[in-house]
Design a protein around this ligand. Structure first.
Ligand SMILES: [Zn+2]
Length: 242
């Protein structure tokens, strides 16, 4: 259910694994993604189960319509009946409002400045990392009073640089935008390390407290991996303030 959970000065970070939910194959079991072909009732039940296991009100979880872009939105309330906007980062200064990011290989980025009382969740895949979704999230946080030097950053399970094989030209394009993401697979072929790119970006922004998950989604049977299984579920990362 909850693969990893941590609390720092009243800011809470959590990342799910694939177990403990009600979805059937190929989404078994805790699929939290609503746009992957799974039964909507099962996804709703899974979101409720995950929220309850975190001690969060399921109605106070804010999800995104993620599009691999670089737009960050400030939120004060759940979307309610409004359409969920296309965005890859959400930021709030509202205590008790949980921000959620969905992934299955991309890097889920959770950020919190517990002193300012500002948190953010961002979806950093290869296109979003290059486009600058991480700096956009940090900028939106500083706009609400956060200081990068106080930001606690945690990233969740994602496909690792030894597994994320890409064409040579794509690696060159990614490395031109973010040199730290240049990687080579365990077989010696061109690869991209999105998490390393995220780390470099956060460090350049002045974020010092950064921990990254050692779990590779593609290598782990306990996590959803789009590159491994194509039709599969989505993991979630959650961040919120007391
Ligand atoms: Zn790997």
């Amino acid at each position: 259910m909850i693969g990893r959970r941590e609390s720092v000065s009243g800011a809470h970070f959590a990342f799910t694994d694939r177990w403990g939910g009600v979805s059937a194959a190929p989404y078994e079991a805790l699929n939290l993604g609503g746009a992957v072909g799974d039964d909507a009732g099962a996804v709703g039940a899974n979101r409720e189960l995950a929220a309850k296991s975190l001690g969060v009100d399921p109605a106070r979880v804010v999800w995104m319509n993620q599009v691999h872009g670089a737009d960050a939105a400030v939120v004060d309330e759940p979307w309610g009946d409004r359409p969920v906007p296309e965005t890859d980062a959400i930021v709030t200064a509202r205590r008790g409002l949980a921000l959620a990011v969905l992934t299955a290989d991309c890097v889920p980025v959770l950020l919190a400045d517990p002193v300012a009382g500002v948190v953010a969740a961002a979806h950093a895949g290869r296109p979003g990392m290059i486009a600058g979704i991480v700096p956009a999230a940090v900028r939106a946080m500083t706009g609400l009073g956060a200081d990068p030097a106080r930001i606690v950053a945690r990233t969740g399970p994602s496909v690792c640089g030894r597994c994320y094989e890409v064409p040579e030209a794509m690696r060159a394009e990614v490395a031109a935008a973010e040199p730290a993401a240049y990687a080579t697979t365990s077989r010696g072929t061109p690869a991209v390390d999105v998490a390393a790119g995220v780390r470099a970006q956060l460090e350049r922004l002045g974020v010092r407290d950064l921990e990254q998950s050692p779990v590779c989604t593609l290598e782990s049977a306990d996590h959803f991996s789009y590159r491994r299984d194509r039709t599969t579920g989505r993991l979630a990362g959650y961040v919120w303030l007391d």
